[in-house]
Design a protein around this ligand. Structure first.
Ligand code: CP
Length: 298
């Protein structure tokens, strides 16, 4: 495998192997500090055309913790700001012997286009493309779920703006590949996918009943018309996760959120910071999951 563009392209065996390797990295605490030189002759470039905290920083740390050299392009001061195309930027970096491109972009499938037009055998890793896919978020989310639950009898509720969420799309594919049967999508009509094999709910109190995992999503305001953005107070009342609602899930249910969170809109602060929250564990697992995929590709 040369690239990671979507979860769809991974076989179930690939997916399980990445998760198992990521768990070994966690068990050996190799994601804590720069102890390895597995990628010591490799150079990884981060190209983030959209904002990011978790994905960009954890890819940088993952590459460094494997001993790679990392280039973080500041796209505001790079030649893309003077009109250079993304592909010309990539070819320029290939001439400098960059081995992997970590790309986030607002356009769906931009990374696929780049992968199809490389001049070298470099790898392209999708760090999020438009509303399409965020495969490494799905890897770290599956790693986190596996640390607390079994996929074979899992009930999961994914709640919020699923229609615009690349995280939800990649997670749905990963959950299906791992054999999860009870996947519930909860949100207002406009935020649910039109065509889905999953159970859909507009009533959060009904959809959350007895689930093992509650995955909350933020409203992707940047991907919708102003008029479609709901009133935040009304939204929180109908689709916000608060302590009362969380009690309707199983007593040992875990609460997930890919971040960035909007406290008081989709999640109450007491839940985000509460005992059932694994949100910061997801962030920590992001380094191990990205180390595992970098090791596999480079
Ligand atoms: N989950 C996620 O993609 O977060 P960032 O936008 O901070 O990278």
């Amino acid at each position: 495998m040369q690239h990671l563009l979507t979860i769809e392209e991974l076989t179930q065996q690939d997916l399980k192997a990445i998760l198992s390797n990521a768990q070994k990295i966690v068990d050996n605490k190799q994601h804590y500090s720069n102890q390895l030189n597995t990628l010591k002759d490799k150079t990884v470039a981060n190209l983030f055309f959209e904002n990011s905290t978790r994905t960009r920083c954890s890819f940088e740390l993952a590459a460094k913790r494997l001993g790679a050299e990392v280039l973080n392009l500041d796209l505001k001061t790079s030649a893309t700001a003077k009109g250079e195309t993304v592909l010309d930027t990539i070819h320029t970096l290939e001439a400098m012997h960059v081995n992997a491109f970590i790309i986030r972009h607002g356009e769906n499938d931009l990374q696929k286009f780049v992968a199809e037009n490389l001049k070298t055998n470099a790898s392209v890793l999708n760090a999020g493309d438009g509303t399409h896919a965020h495969p490494t978020q799905a890897l770290l989310d599956m790693l986190t779920i596996a640390q607390y639950k079994n996929f074979s009898d899992l009930s999961i509720a994914i709640v919020g703006d699923i229609a615009h969420s690349r995280v939800a799309k990649s997670n749905l594919v990963a959950l299906e590949k791992l054999g999860v049967k009870d996947i519930r999508l909860i949100g207002p009509e406009a935020f649910l996918p039109k065509d889905t094999p999953c159970q859909t709910y507009h009533d959060f109190d009904i959809g959350i009943k007895e689930v093992d995992v509650v995955m909350m999503l933020r409203i992707q305001k940047e991907r919708m018309d102003e008029a479609a953005i709901p009133d935040t107070k009304e939204y929180f009342q109908a689709f916000g996760l608060d302590q009362r609602r969380l009690k309707l899930a199983k007593a040992d249910a875990i609460v997930m959120h890919p971040g960035p969170m909007n406290r008081g809109i989709e999640i109450e602060a007491a839940v985000a910071d509460g005992e059932q929250s694994v949100i910061l564990k997801q962030v920590e697992n992001g380094i191990a999951a990205r180390m595992a995929i970098l090791k596999m590709l480079l």
